[in-house]
Write a protein that binds this ligand. Structure first.
Ligand code: G
Ligand code: G
Ligand code: MN
Length: 605
């Protein structure tokens, strides 16, 4: 037992006290021990005190009662092993043997208190906290967190989640509460800090797994994931299922925090490997967030909130590696809450705008259609990125209203344009998955008097992937004459399957293929192939993100007919008097260059 420099040994008096404590613990001398034991008997928690030799110095009656131990085992001098055997027996705390090794190691090395959780097969859950002693040995506090039968109304009776067998939400909250209270912030008097990590894990694709493969498959994956968590953190670590698709793990960092954190990293990899369920190999998308105590919080609520903020940020960035909490994330989360609140008001006030970006026919320079792009300027935060605003609208259930606003405003603008020019509107997963969307679209078309074939709905592959109802909604709308574009083609799965499974009229090649196009023979080859495929399938092909004259010229050589990008025009106001003239005016320069190009070719030949 290494003697860490006791923070008490400062004055002669302190040194004397420390020496005396050491001597008392070591010798367990009669009167002093009896006094302590008397005091211990009045405490609600079980208390046990072991010496450096691994033998019992004293334990209170509550300790014996919690684990159903024979009273004879409480005799001073009983070995730790004998008591563990007793615990595994009548009280049925089977896991105790797994942790005994760890307890000894901790007692030998650690200077900080650490907790773990023991559960009996009868449903009793005990949170155990070891306090290593300066003199060697350890004092342990055993707090009952859940009882088999409700003898106290304040204690939850259902300790475990019935599906996964992990701890349930209420019990976990109590464990977290106690642990948070016990992890101390270092002060001048006490440098000993018990640190732990609260790990929040969610299976983000549980909903879609349930929808596609049935909830039995979703359950099977949750059970398998819980098994992988237990395998990695089975030794008394509190592991819980806290929501339908959410796990929580409380990991004590002890004297070697980097080991514990590496274990969490490994868990991320382990969870991400495929699951065999319903005769298939299925992957699950997990997100993991970590808040550290006491660094990120010293109460359960703060720690839970911050671990969740970290997890959501991992989710938003589609990171599979654990994300630690940091202050910037909290600021972003606060901004998001502000936006959520104010988006509601903006919906009520219809305080949004649209801009329209022309799609140009490269042969003539004429505008063939224009894409409506959503714009929202927050009163304090300024312009909000449309993908962020749309994501918030989806989460808050405001997407139907926002979507209808966009459709209506886009069609109202298109009514003022030439009949030959279509209007393109982006639609999100939640919109297209809702069967009511068919009537929303048809209603808007009827109200604005725009012909259905002048409306082109832009859909990304992710939308199709995340939603199973899309097919039927698209079929109904196609039957009514509405057209569809496959947006951002090439960035997702570039699945040829979608091109035949759904009725797309147009393919929009993502702008990433256009960057530096004149020097990229690989991108040229891809664009040429997609253009050829579009021609063969009878689908229009649009190249997005054309920014330079060189890119345009390279594209013309690849047989591309339609293009969109800042070279022609950015998004522009497209509504009101003279709106179309404004769009035409913007692309006039491009048209002029096109004509110049053509006459140069004529002169050369
Ligand atoms: O215009 P900007 O580049 O900032 O748009 C960023 C993203 O937001 C683009 O991917 C675009 O498809 C999306 N977006 C813009 N307007 C809308 C809209 O009205 N509905 C949906 N679902 N997405 C939009
Ligand atoms: O994902 P979607 O294709 O719907 O995205 C459209 C977005 O692309 C619009 O918000 C628009 O602002 C942006 N965009 C349009 N043209 C260009 C361009 O030439 N370069 C870049 N970087 N972005 C563009
Ligand atoms: Mn688009």
């Amino acid at each position: 037992m290494p003697h860490h420099s006791a923070p008490f040994a400062k004055t002669a008096d302190d040194a004397h006290t420390a020496r005396r404590t050491r001597r008392s613990a070591a010798h367990a001398d009669g009167a002093f021990t009896a006094d302590l034991l008397g005091a211990f008997q009045t405490i609600r928690d079980g208390i046990s005190l072991f010496g450096a030799d691994g033998r019992l110095i004293m334990a209170n009656a509550r300790f014996a009662c919690l684990y159903g131990l024979e009273p004879t085992l409480l005799t001073p001098g009983t070995s730790f092993d004998a008591i563990l055997t007793g615990m595994a027996g009548p009280g049925e705390f089977k896991a105790v043997h797994d942790i005994s090794q760890k307890v000894r190691q901790r007692a030998a090395k650690s200077t900080a208190a650490e907790s773990y959780v023991l559960a009996s097969t009868k449903g009793r859950v005990v949170q155990v906290t070891d306090h290593p002693l300066t003199a060697g040995g350890w004092l342990t506090v055993h707090s009952e967190i859940c009882v088999a039968e409700a003898c106290e109304p304040s204690v939850p009776t259902s300790s475990h989640d019935p599906l996964t067998g992990l701890l349930g939400r209420d019990v976990f909250r109590i464990v977290l509460d106690r642990s948070a209270r016990q992890c101390t912030v270092p002060t001048a008097q006490c440098k000993v800090v018990s640190q732990f990590a609260l790990v929040s894990v969610s299976l983000d694709t549980l909903g879609s797994i349930n929808d596609v493969h049935g909830s039995g498959t979703g359950d099977a994956i949750m059970v398998a994931a819980a098994g992988r968590i237990t395998e990695m953190f089975g030794d008394g670590t509190a592991t819980a299922r806290v929501d339908a698709n959410e796990f929580a793990i409380l990991v004590w960092l002890g004297s070697e925090p980097e080991h514990a954190l590496a274990r969490i990293d490994r868990l991320a990899k382990v969870l991400a490997t495929a699951y065999s369920a319903a005769g298939m190999e299925l992957a699950g998308a997990f997100s993991i967030g970590i808040a550290l105590a006491p660094m990120h919080g010293t109460d359960a609520e703060t720690l839970q909130r911050r671990a969740e903020i970290a997890r959501r940020s991992a989710r938003a960035a589609r990171r599979t590696q654990p994300q630690f909490f940091n202050a910037l994330l909290e600021e972003q989360a606060a901004q998001r809450r502000t936006m959520e609140r104010d988006l509601r008001q903006a919906v009520a006030d219809k305080a949004f705008g649209l801009v329209f970006q022309p799609i140009v026919d490269l042969r003539t320079g004429a505008i063939s259609s224009a894409e409506a792009l959503f714009r929202w300027t927050h009163p304090e935060l300024g312009p909000v990125r449309p993908d962020v605003a749309i994501a918030i609208a989806e989460e808050t259930g405001l997407i139907q209203q926002v979507g209808e606003f966009v459709l209506e405003a886009a069609c109202r603008a298109a009514r003022q344009w030439p009949q030959s020019v279509s209007v393109c509107v982006n639609v999100s997963a939640t919109q297209l998955g809702n069967p009511d969307f068919v009537n929303t679209v048809l209603g808007v078309l009827a109200r604005t008097g725009v012909a259905p074939n002048r409306l082109m709905l832009e859909v990304t592959e992710t939308v199709l992937l995340e939603n199973q109802n899309c097919g039927t909604v698209m079929e109904s709308l196609s039957a009514a004459g509405v057209r569809f574009a496959l947006d951002d083609f090439g960035t997702g799965y570039a699945s040829m399957h979608y091109l035949i499974a759904f009725e797309f009229d147009q393919i929009k090649i993502d702008r990433s293929f256009v960057r530096d196009l004149p020097n990229r023979s690989d991108c040229q080859a891809i664009i040429q192939a997609v253009v050829g495929m579009g021609r063969a399938l009878g689908k229009e092909v649009v190249v997005e993100g054309v920014e330079t004259e060189e890119e345009r010229r390279a594209l013309s050589g690849l047989g591309t007919l339609l293009a969109q990008g800042f070279l022609f025009a950015p998004g522009l106001p497209g509504d009101g008097v003279g709106s179309f003239a404004r769009l035409t005016h913007a692309v006039r320069d491009a048209k002029w260059r096109l004509d110049a190009d053509r006459s140069a070719v004529a002169q050369a030949s």
